[in-house]
Design a protein around this ligand. Sequence first.
Ligand code: GSH
Length: 204
Amino acid sequence: MIDLYAAATSNSVRARIALEECGLPYKLNRIDLTKGEHKTPQFLALNPNAQIPVIVDSDGPGGKPLTLAQSTAILLYAAEKSGKFLPKDAAARPRVLQALMNASTDITPLFGTVNACLRAKEPHAPTAQMFKDRLRAFFKVWDEQLAKTRYAAGDEVTVADISLLAGWWRTKGALPELLEGLPNLARWGEEMQARPAVQRALKF
Ligand SMILES: N[C@@H](CCC(=O)N[C@@H](CS)C(=O)NCC(=O)O)C(=O)O
């Protein structure tokens, strides 16, 4: 059994969709960031960086317990443990990893940066707009890609789709104007969001 510590954030959702899609049984432990539940001694023992998501897998590698933070590490761990969503083919894999990294290390952090700019005690509109423009530019390239392929890295759902969905879903909820006029991305997002495992993962 896997314990997942999470809330309705893009990084948490990436990990939860991964567990649901990979069919790995888990228990959701809700962490309320507004109450500082990620800063308790018990939580810091799981992740000294005081960030969600975290998983604790009682049946980790070699049958030993594993504690793991970082949503993309959790996504890759779930994919490898289940043997799903990560092609073994040496030609296909780099393309999937490239798409995964864009979703995980460009899109989600930019979304967080825009939010931080907007929520700052003294918001600076031009800075927020600069990061919004960068985020929009990444989504525009995704829209062009998804005009050519059904999924993020080809004809099959991979870890890249799971990661991108997390950023797309949060942006759609908080900054929908950044996704306007991107029909291929919208087609992909709606299809991904309709998957039963994703529906379960998005219910908090
Ligand atoms: N790179 C990390 C980022 C994790 C992260 O930023 N988590 C946020 C929620 S989305 C958090 O726990 N924030 C707590 C805080 O900022 O105090 C990952 O992918 O898991």
